[in-house]
Design a binder for this molecule. Structure first.
Ligand SMILES: *Cc1c(COP(=O)(O)O)cnc(C)c1O
Length: 401
């Protein structure tokens, strides 16, 4: 990674002090939250321009996080689908997904800001586990807000967070899910901002989070571009595909390709939570973005086989990339995802996270429809491993047998 600030002229560049990505993004928060957001923005700008910060971050991501993650060529899957599939293996990073990149970055930044305490929101529990991991590594206190409904659905992750030394606080307001946990974390952040950093889990929320989290995930795309050029004799993949919940793994891999290549960028949402393919613009959690809502503007519950894609919105930069036509957004339904989960396991010996299986599902469907030209090269961001999902998939498959 370079310590050069991303030029503002870049398609995925610095959104400037307003945090706007075209008409999306911004900082729609109560006045009491503005100083905390501004302090964070100033600290991030300074850290991101400081070579010493990058040296330390890169060192931890390497020695602790397992970076660089490999790019794997999928001979058998390619043969089956008729397109050449390469996987960026974020499943091999510590804690089993790309989330470690963001939490290590934010924790280092928090420490640099003199904060001793991390708070986080979590839905499926994966971001809570990653934050608790980073807090343990840096010896910081950690509190994770989780909707009460989710604490029951994701019991094992609650236990994991506790093992890692974090306190999990169940939220019983609203729908008692992720959306409410974000609201509570934002409130708690203002109340204790002197010692607390809010470690937000995706490219969403008020400025500077969508930009900052994308920059912490950019390492995926930077590595993958160089790795693909080595494999493809200097060429770039024809298509780069990633699943999108909040959109952080997609933003991270897209950032390596948006300016530098003519690769087509495709984000795959869960059909039951498709903010860009089925939502409308609105404001939630401090950002203007695409959201699933009813005619009265009430935010709807997202529903998907994969708990990690259950967010009713998507990061504002994706709304902008869609508007520009630089990236395209599609969706995959639960049925296709279950097929893809099994397909990757059977053909490559890799069990993907259900979230990541959305990206594979789209590749399989698009290859079948010849929307992907035969023989074209497709890089898929395999955002995480599927061990966490095996029991659920077993039950779903048995249920229909
Ligand atoms: C959390 C998670 C996602 C969804 O989050 P994004 O911010 O959209 O990347 C995707 N894949 C895995 C494995 C996850 O854990």
């Amino acid at each position: 990674m370079t310590a050069e600030p991303t030029p503002a002229s870049s398609i995925m560049g610095d959104p400037g002090p307003t945090g706007r990505f075209g008409g999306f993004g911004g900082r729609f928060v109560p006045e009491s939250l503005v100083p905390a957001c501004m302090e964070l923005e100033v600290a991030f700008r300074s850290a991101w321009a400081d070579p010493a910060f990058h040296t330390e971050l890169d060192g931890i991501l390497h020695h602790y996080g397992g970076r660089p993650t490999p790019v794997t060529e999928c001979a058998r899957l390619s043969e089956e689908l008729g397109v050449r599939v390469l996987l960026k293996r974020e499943d091999l990073a510590h804690t089993g997904s790309h989330k470690i990149n963001n939490v290590i970055g934010q924790s280092l930044l928090a420490r640099r800001m003199g904060k001793t305490r991390l708070i986080a929101e979590t839905g499926a529990g994966q971001h809570g586990v990653a934050t608790a991991t980073a807090a343990a590594l840096f010896g910081m206190e950690c509190v994770v807000y989780m909707g009460e409904v989710d604490t029951r659905r994701q019991e094992l992750n609650v236990f994991r967070m506790e093992l890692l030394g974090a306190e999990v606080r169940p939220i019983s307001s609203g729908s008692r899910t992720l959306k409410d946990a974000v609201n509570e974390a934002l409130r708690e952040w203002v109340a204790s901002v002197g010692v607390t950093h809010y470690c937000l889990g995706s490219v969403m929320g008020p400025h500077p989070y969508p930009w900052m989290v994308r920059e912490f995930q950019r390492v995926i795309g930077e590595e993958a571009r160089d790795q693909c050029r080595a494999i493809l004799d200097g060429s770039d993949p024809d298509v780069v595909v990633a699943c999108a919940g909040g959109g952080s793994n997609a933003a991270g891999i897209f950032a390596g390709f948006a300016d530098a290549t003519s690769s087509r960028l495709v984000g795959v949402e869960a059909a039951g939570g498709a903010a860009l393919t089925g939502g409308i613009p609105g404001i939630l959690h401090g950002m203007h973005s695409a959201l699933i809502q009813d005619e009265a503007g009430q935010i709807l519950e997202a529903s998907s086989i994969s708990a990690g894609l259950d967010y009713p919105g998507i990061g504002p930069e994706h709304a902008h990339l869609a508007e520009l036509g630089r990236a395209h957004y599609v969706s995959a339904d639960d049925e296709e995802v279950l097929e893809a989960f099994q397909l990757l396991a059977r053909t490559e010996g890799i069990i993907p996270a259900l979230e990541s299986a959305h990206a594979i599902a789209w590749v399989a469907a698009a290859a079948g429809r010849s929307e992907l030209v035969r023989g074209s090269t497709v890089l898929v961001n395999l955002s995480g491993r599927g061990d966490k999902d095996v029991a659920q998939v077993r039950d779903l498959l048995r249920g229909r047998a």
